[in-house]
Ligand binder design. Structure first.
Ligand SMILES: [Zn+2]
Length: 145
């Protein structure tokens, strides 16, 4: 109740006109529960087929698929900001998959090459951009008042 009064006082000078002594206030802030969904997700960015490196597992010089994923933090499934890239290689002969840490030097070099020219998508920042636009009027008014 105290929170509601403080909130109303801050927003509205005609506070006295609102009847708060009888009945329930509009919002019971004490019992106002919000469930927050957040976490991180991965989005497929690119798969490139490379030839040259020998598979560490089956020892064949078969083409290897290198796949790069972009990771982002989300709030209510809205991407907020990127949290780096990850990837995997897959031998087209034996289907063995390797994380970047497991790759040998020649495969890791190919992986880093592909990784370096893949940019993080702009929409990974959607949440931050959305918040900036929501608060932009307030920011401008604070600076230029
Ligand atoms: Zn293989």
């Amino acid at each position: 109740m105290l929170h509601l009064i403080q909130l109303k006082e801050g927003l509205n000078k005609d506070f006295d006109q609102i009847n708060i002594t009888n009945g329930t206030p509009f919002i019971n802030l004490k019992n106002f529960n919000i469930m927050i969904f957040y976490g991180s997700r991965s989005k497929h960015l690119k798969t490139e087929r490379v030839t040259g490196p020998t598979c560490q597992h089956c020892k064949n010089q078969a083409p290897i698929n290198i796949t790069i994923f972009g990771k982002y933090a989300h709030l209510y499934w809205i991407p907020f900001f990127p949290i780096g890239k990850t990837g995997v290689s897959e031998c087209t002969h034996c289907k063995k998959t390797l994380s970047p840490k497991e790759m040998d030097n020649s495969l890791k070099r190919k992986y880093d090459e592909i990784d370096s020219f893949i940019k993080t998508p702009f929409w990974f920042w959607s949440g931050i951009i959305l918040i900036l636009f929501l608060f932009l009027p307030t920011i401008i008014m604070t600076i230029f008042r």
